[in-house]
Design a binder for this molecule. Structure first.
Ligand code: PLP
Length: 386
């Protein structure tokens, strides 16, 4: 157990958006941004707004900002600055990159996705498979919502081109053994393709350490603006033929996979968001989330059924549950009316909900480091009354 304490009041003072009576358990749909992120966005627009490559000062400042954003992304993801590409969001990047990866694949080639995945790491493969006659296979989960690695091994073959998987489920919060998945994929000669969107606000990512080939996340899930961010291993990016306009530069490497003008103001916000996280530190963030997660799990009323791991081991503090006798929508709406922002449904994690036999989905309460013990206690007390 980490001894680093998080001063949650000091954290919250940095977010104007948290000056609300509503308890925001909707981080999995997108977190709030600290004021320093908002300031960075507006400062860029006030002082440096320009396109790149112009022979004048604001354009040069914009180029410096793009370079800083790449360096920041490299630091955040544990990779080189030229191995990153920015895009509109994870889904858009994933449709583009899957299509790029598959340009030379042949009919009958296989792709493994998992039943823990958000559909943004499933449908791009299904569409590619549709167009190029590929086969998509689904790796099952165990009843406790952990990924069934035996099933993954069984389904790997010399036809497998890629294993796509999440670092953590945006529905039930389960983490995956990414290193093991990467090893298994590599041993089979397949690429490993990680969706880090849900894990993003919960812990450090080190692409080099994981050995993963592609990893995509969304800064708006980790205290930044609405933006997507991808990592691709250098040799892989070098081997791909990008979909790009001819005059656009081929360097830095990741830029080949970015189409058109980047949202410069959001890159400024992204740099500030990573600076914000670094100013707090993952140890403090993780210790606080774990404490609140344990508090939630210990206090969940008998009337609630939790889907997923019953302790904080092997999961992040994202909880899917239903209340006896109440539909997920009804529960979430009641909670919304009473000052709690929670989600309901399948949150685009269709497969896991189907696997759990939940056609109507479940209520989802997501905890991030700016949540408080008082908010958790109030939510638990409210659930008792339903
Ligand atoms: C695990 C996961 N993957 C992918 C996505 C899609 O991300 P984006 O909205 O950036 O396309 C989400 C969004 O909720 C998500 O939770």
């Amino acid at each position: 157990m980490s001894t680093v304490a998080l001063d949650v009041a000091a954290v919250r003072a940095r977010f104007s958006a948290l000056r609300t009576p509503t308890a925001l358990f909707d981080g999995p749909g997108g977190t709030q941004v600290p004021d320093e992120v908002i300031d960075a966005i507006s400062t860029y627009l006030r002082e440096s707004n320009a396109n790149v490559s112009g022979p004048y000062e604001s354009s040069r400042r914009t180029e410096a900002l793009v370079e800083e954003a790449r360096a920041t992304a490299g630091r955040f993801l544990g990779c080189s600055p030229d191995e990153v590409a920015f895009g509109a969001n994870m889904s858009t990047l994933n449709f583009a990159l899957t299509r790029t990866a598959g340009r030379k694949w042949r009919a009958g080639d296989e792709i493994l996705v998992t039943k823990l995945d958000h559909d943004a790491n499933v449908s791009p493969w299904l569409e590619l498979a549709h167009d190029r006659d590929l086969v998509v296979r689904f790796v099952d989960i165990n009843d406790d919502t952990t990924l069934d690695l035996d099933d993954l091994e069984r389904q790997l073959s010399d036809r497998t081109r890629v294993v796509a998987f999440p670092l953590a489920s945006n529905a039930v919060g389960t983490k995956t053994d990414a290193k093991r998945i990467v090893e298994l994929a590599r041993a089979a000669g397949a690429l490993s393709w990680a969706d880090a969107v849900h894990y993003g606000p919960h812990g450090p990512i080190d692409a080099a350490e994981l050995g993963v080939d592609v990893l995509i996340c969304s800064p708006y899930k980790f205290f930044g603006p609405h933006l997507g961010l991808a990592y691709g291993r250098r040799e892989l990016l070098e081997s791909w033929r990008p979909y790009k306009v001819r005059p656009a530069a081929n360097e830095p490497l990741g830029h080949r996979f970015e189409t058109g003008t980047l949202p410069h103001e959001l890159l400024a916000g992204f740099v500030a968001a990573v600076g914000y996280i670094e100013s707090i530190g993952w140890d403090a963030i993780q210790a606080h989330e774990r404490e609140l997660g344990e508090r939630f799990l210990a206090g969940l009323p008998e009337s609630c059924t939790l889907y997923g791991l019953p302790t904080m081991d092997g999961r992040v503090a994202t909880f899917a549950f239903n209340v006896d006798g109440h539909g997920a929508r009804e529960t979430a709406t009641k909670l919304g009316d009473r000052g709690f922002a929670v989600w309901q449904g399948n949150y685009y994690a269709m497969e896991v909900m189907q696997r759990l036999g939940l056609p109507e989905g479940a209520v989802r309460a997501g905890i991030v480091h700016y949540n408080t013990a008082d908010e958790v206690d109030r939510l638990l007390a409210e659930l008792e009354t339903l």
